[in-house]
Design a protein around this ligand. Structure first.
Ligand code: AMP
Ligand code: ZN
Length: 119
């Protein structure tokens, strides 16, 4: 699936909307959430437009595995303390009742000292 011209995260991937970049490779972009719930809060997105976890197919398994494996590394890079005292939360909101507002698959990674604003 190619970029969706109406999708805000596709525009971020294409550099048409600015973001504070955390990480980038050929298939993944990570950037700070504009409205953080926690001292560390960034989003990881596939560069490919995928609306949500509900559209994931077996061919995406490698990509999702690489995103999950990357999350703790980037969390440490962004200032989360190491497991087990520190750690981080990984959330993938899916669909309206799952709390998803932006329909381009994204992984929230949140961490840092509590209390948090939310979550
Ligand atoms: P969700 O409710 O899981 O769809 O989360 C969407 C997230 O995207 C929210 O936490 C927003 O704060 C975040 N967000 C929306 N627009 C931007 C943007 N332009 N740059 C960074 N984060 C954004
Ligand atoms: Zn998109």
């Amino acid at each position: 699936m190619s970029a969706d011209p109406h999708c805000i995260f596709c525009k971020i991937v294409e550099g048409k909307i600015p973001s504070r970049k955390v990480y980038e490779d050929d298939e993944i972009l990570a950037f700070h959430d504009i409205n953080p719930w926690a001292p560390v809060h960034f989003l990881m997105v596939p560069k490919e437009h995928l609306p949500s976890l509900a559209q994931v197919e077996p061919r995406h398994a490698g990509l999702l595995g690489r995103m999950l494996a990357l999350a703790p590394k980037l969390a440490l890079q962004e200032g989360c303390r190491p497991y087990p005292e520190g750690g981080h939360r990984v959330v993938i909101n899916t669909g309206a009742e799952g709390g998803q507002e932006v329909h381009h698959l994204h992984v929230h990674v949140m961490g840092g000292p509590r209390p948090w604003l939310k979550g």
